[in-house]
Ligand binder design. Structure first.
Ligand SMILES: Nc1ncnc2c1ncn2[C@@H]1O[C@H](COP(=O)(O)OP(=O)(O)OP(=O)(O)O)[C@@H](O)[C@H]1O
Ligand SMILES: [Mg+2]
Length: 308
């Protein structure tokens, strides 16, 4: 049995709070005990998402350990931490994308507007419409720019009316055009593509494709947008466009973004959660506080580039 597996198994059989006193680290960070007050971020208003004591296992691998955090509405929350610490795993739990991973087992609670998403009877299509996702590599459909936007709403809310209208030959083209324009404008892409809406989306640049994916995500009217390193494959100019866009989006949407880019997290987020080795949330606070005056020594070392 590998050292990691052994440690995971040991911890599974112990009381969860014992994991907080486990001094072992694997990437060279300073040993320290995580303190609850470092991650009890308090803010005014109701949380949009409330995560409580979330554990995720992939087979024997304990990828997330007892993570609790409340995510405020209409703001940008950044998730940072070294590779393999569970950021994507955490993000995928917020719209139950991990349900698709056969080996994954999830314990704990995630509430969206106070409603548990991990309970029987939750409509996953509806959940993923409310909590949309943008991935690291842009993945537009191999269809026209306009169809990339209109596809989702047709599949979701407008299924009955849209289908009926189409069958009766009364599909509302104007409505579709309006939606396409609105979403492309909101994703700061309209000016670049308005004269070629019927061109294949795969002909766009990487940065444009990523904004198209954001536009596609907006087309079904989500409340939360999860982004997993959305700009990591882009050049600085395309990245700056995505960052500006995220800033605008946070007026109306709750954005949760994973990034490896510290400056990006510092620039665009309101609050930052730092995950460290072993799938633990170590510190969660206002972004300024995390970057200027973190409480955890390991977090300080991580954000100053001493490890990770
Ligand atoms: N589908 C999966 N099946 C099995 N193990 C997985 C799966 N996805 C993630 N893991 C494991 O869970 C742990 C956390 O992975 P995760 O992808 O969440 O990390 P991350 O913080 O997003 O890393 P990165 O910064 O490299 O993207 C890792 O040990 C990883 O190997
Ligand atoms: Mg990841």
């Amino acid at each position: 049995m590998s050292e990691t597996t052994q440690r995971t198994t040991d911890m599974e059989t112990e009381n969860r709070t014992d994991t907080q006193t486990d001094p072992e680290t694997t990437t060279g960070e300073t040993e320290e005990q995580v303190q609850d007050e470092w991650r009890n971020y308090e803010f005014a208003g109701e949380p949009k998402l409330a995560v409580d004591d979330l554990d995720v296992y992939y087979g024997d691998d304990h990828a997330l350990k007892g993570v609790s955090m409340d995510i405020p509405k209409n703001s940008v929350t950044a998730l940072i931490g070294p590779s393999g610490c569970g950021k994507s795993t955490f993000l995928r739990c917020l719209n139950r994308m991990n349900d698709r991973v056969k080996s994954a087992r999830i314990d704990g609670s995630v509430k969206l507007d106070g409603q548990e998403i991990y309970q029987e009877g939750v409509n996953l299509v509806e959940l993923r419409k409310r909590v949309g996702m943008v991935f690291q590599s842009p993945n537009p459909f191999p269809k026209s720019i306009a169809e990339n936007i209109s596809y989702g709403p047709r599949k979701h809310g407008d299924i009955e009316t849209g289908l009926l209208a189409r069958l009766l030959g009364r599909a509302n083209e104007d409505e579709r055009d309006e939606l396409v324009e609105r979403c492309l404008r909101d994703a700061a892409l309209w000016d670049e593509v308005s004269d070629r809406l019927d061109d294949n989306a795969l002909g766009l640049s990487g940065g444009q494709q990523q904004r198209l994916c954001i536009a596609r995500c907006l087309s079904v009217d989500p409340e939360v947008i999860l982004m997993d390193e959305p700009a990591s494959a882009l050049d600085p100019i395309a990245t700056a466009k995505i960052e500006d866009l995220i800033d605008d989006l946070s007026e109306h949407y709750t954005v949760v973004i994973v990034t490896h880019n510290m400056q990006q997290a510092a620039r665009i987020s309101d609050q930052t959660a730092v995950f460290l080795t072993g799938g633990e949330l170590v510190e969660y606070d206002d972004t300024d506080k995390i970057f200027e005056n973190p409480q955890s020594q390991r977090v300080e070392e991580y954000i100053s580039g001493k490890f990770g």
